[in-house]
Design a protein around this ligand. Structure first.
Ligand code: SF4
Length: 284
């Protein structure tokens, strides 16, 4: 059995940067408060917790005067305001690509456009983008959501960075007949787009796809959807222990990809386990 590993699987620039900032901060300070789990990976979160990174649900749980960290997903302006009011020092690990979406959305809102954010309404990144428009923007997951909206004549679209180009195209196609002025900022992150294209290519050439990453990771879930969409059997797993022998029955090539918050160790462990399973199947 051949195992093909996607070239860009694993940590993206923004996640790596946030992790390095957290590592450094926990070396310099006994306790650092992270506004939500830093990444969607249990092992990494546990390791950082042992080093003094305390995960909290929001600013309400951060003691006044403490050091708090904003994740790569970013946060709304209210977080910065609360920090200033309560003497909380912020370590801002907002990915520069996410910060760019904040700027674009705020700029469109200021220029009088109704801003639509293509994204997941439950995802903190999408919520943060809305907050940067003063709450004016609306999150839409698909063209179907447009039915519930009364759109003005001037509309602007930005995307949560993990969206697909296909989803953006579908939204733009649906909007064009409805509005007289449409501006679109393709804010899909390059790292995401690359990972998605590569996974799609890989899924089309293998018998089975394994997608590694946290079940709560939006970009990993998106990768699994894209791979499954090709018709190739696809399994989204968090770690090597979840691999099942029956998945490999009759399989000659396996593609492996991983979300942006999946550590290299987790990917290596899956590849190792697949090799062991393939060797055990050969011996039978
Ligand atoms: S996926 Fe892109 S936007 Fe998101 S953290 Fe990584 S580099 Fe930044």
């Amino acid at each position: 059995m051949e195992i093909l590993l996607a070239e860009n699987a694993g940590f993206c620039f923004g996640v790596r940067r946030a992790l390095e900032m957290a590592e450094q901060a926990t070396r310099d300070h006994p306790r650092v408060f992270s506004l939500g789990p830093l990444i969607h990976n249990r092992q990494v979160v546990e390791r950082l917790a042992a080093q003094g990174l305390v995960v909290c649900a929001g600013m309400g749980e951060v003691p006044s005067g403490a050091l708090a960290m904003i994740r790569a997903h970013g946060a709304g302006p209210e977080v910065y305001e609360q920090a200033q009011a309560r003497g909380i020092t912020l370590l801002d690990a907002t990915c520069p690509f996410v910060a760019r979406v904040h700027q674009k959305a705020a700029d469109f809102a200021e220029r009088g456009y109704r801003v639509l954010v293509l994204g997941d309404p439950n995802h903190p990144e999408a919520q943060g983008i809305v907050a940067h428009t003063g709450g004016q923007a609306v999150i839409v997951e698909s063209p179907e959501d447009l039915r519930a909206l009364r759109l003005p004549s001037r509309v602007a679209v930005v995307c949560q960075t993990t969206q697909t180009l296909e989803a953006l195209r579908a939204l733009v196609d649906a909007l064009l007949p409805q509005v007289s002025e449409l501006v679109v900022a393709n804010t899909i992150c390059d790292a995401t787009a690359k990972r998605q294209e590569e996974s799609l290519r890989l899924a089309r050439q293998v018998d089975l796809m394994i997608v590694i990453g946290g079940y709560h990771s939006a970009n990993t879930r998106r990768l699994a959807e894209i791979c499954a969409g090709t018709g190739t059997p696809t399994h989204h797993i968090e770690d090597a222990a979840e691999l099942q022998d029956e998945w490999l029955r009759g399989v000659r090539t396996v593609g492996v990809t991983a979300g942006a918050s999946t550590p290299g160790e987790a990917i290596a462990a899956v590849v190792r386990r697949l090799q062991e399973m393939a060797a055990a199947a050969d011996e039978k």
